[in-house]
Design a protein around this ligand. Sequence first.
Ligand code: UD1
Ligand code: UDP
Length: 361
Amino acid sequence: MIAHIVGNRPQFIKLAPLYMRLEQAGYQQCIIHSGQHYDENMSDIFFEELGIPAPCVNLGAGGGSHAQVTAKVMTELEEELLQRKPDLIVLYGDTNTTLAAAITAAKLCIPIAHVEAGPRTHVKTNPEECNRIVTDHLSDILFCPDSESLENLKREGLGEKAYMTGDLMYDTYLSISERMIKDDMPEESEEIVLMTWHRQENTADRERMACILHLVERLESKVVCPLHPRTRKCLAQFGLLERAEAIPNLEIIDPVGYVEMVKLMNRARLILTDSGGVSKESSFAGAKCLFMLNLDIWEDLLREHWICRVNPEQEDSVEEALAFAEHARRVAVEDRPRYYGDGCAAQQMLQALQKTGLVGN
Ligand code: UD1
Ligand code: UDP
C-alpha cells in the first residue's frame, strides 16, 4: 500500500495527478492529512475540485509554532504508520508536514518517495530550506521538477536516487486549463496584477509588511490578492489590515480554489508573490513575476528575467521592480519558458517507481 502524506494547499495540488495515475495503474493507496492547513478554502476545496478521495485520517496538527506542528505530526503519524504498515510513503514539497513525515517514516524504515526534490535557496534561515534538505537526504527516491534541482542533488551526492520527472503542478495546471476550455467556463478578460503573500520572512515584521503595502500602492494597476489566513492575521495583529483594505487599487479576497486561481493567473499580466509554487506557475500561465524574497529560486526563470526579485524595503530595488512591472505584458503560449516537464510528471514518477522496484509492476 502507498500512503501519501499531505497537509498544505500546494501539496493537494501536486497530489491530484499522481494519485489518479497510481489508481489507474491499480495500486492500493491511502491519503493521510496532517491537518496543517484546515480552513475549507485551504484544504477541502482542493479535494472536491481536483477529484481527490477524502483522506483516511486527519491528524489535526494545524496551528502553532514550527516545533509544535512538526512534533504533533510526528507523534500522530507514527501511530498511523505502525497500524497501516505502508510499503512506501510519498511526500510533497518542503513544509513542516513533509519534514515531520520524513523523519517519522525513516525511523520506521519505510521507504520514502519525495516529490519536488532538489530546489535549494542556500539560506538556512529560510524554514523551507531546512525541510527540503532533511527530506531529500532521508528519501529513497527523489523526483525533481526541473534539471536545476537534479544538479543540486548531484552536488549533494544524491544523484543516483534522483529522477528529472517534471513538475506535478504543471500536470494539474494543464488538466484544469483543458477542463476550463472543454466546459466552456467563462473567463473575465480584464487584465490584473495577481498577488499572493504568506511567507514567514514577509509576515513576521510590521515594517516589512508596511513596505509591501506601499509597493502595491505604487504599482498603480488593479491588484487582486487572495489573502492567505496567516497574512490576514499578521496584518490585523500589526494594525495594518484597515490600511491594506483602503488601498484603492488593491482588492483583497479570501483564498480561492484552484479553478479560480487558474482563472486569475490566466488574466494576470504580472504576478507579485513570495510563493515558491506561484512564482513557478507564472511561467505556465504567461505572466511575468515579481518575487518578494531575496532567495535563489527557479534559477532558470531568474536567469532569463522571467522572475525579477524585489526587496520592498529598498528604494532602488522597488524602482527597478516598478519599471519591470510597467513593461510586463501577457506572454503567448508558444513564447513561455518550459523548464518543468511536459505535463506528464505523474507518468514519469510511476515509471521510476516501477523501475526501482519501490512498487511492484
Ligand atoms: C506553510 C509552509 C510553507 C508553504 C505554505 C503553503 C511550513 C514551514 N510552511 O506555510 O512552506 O509555502 O504552508 O501555503 O510548513 N492558518 C489558518 N488556516 C489554515 C492554515 C493556516 O488560519 O487553514 C493560519 C494559522 O494561524 C497558522 C498560520 O496560518 O498558524 C500559519 O500556517 P502554517 O501552516 O504554519 O504556515 P503557512 O504560512 O501556511
Ligand atoms: N493557490 C490557490 N489559491 C490561492 C492561492 C494559491 O489555489 O488562493 C495555489 C497556487 O496556484 C499554487 C499553490 O496554491 O498552485 C501554491 O500554494 P502556496 O503559495 O500556499 O504555497 P507555496 O507554493 O509557497 O509552498
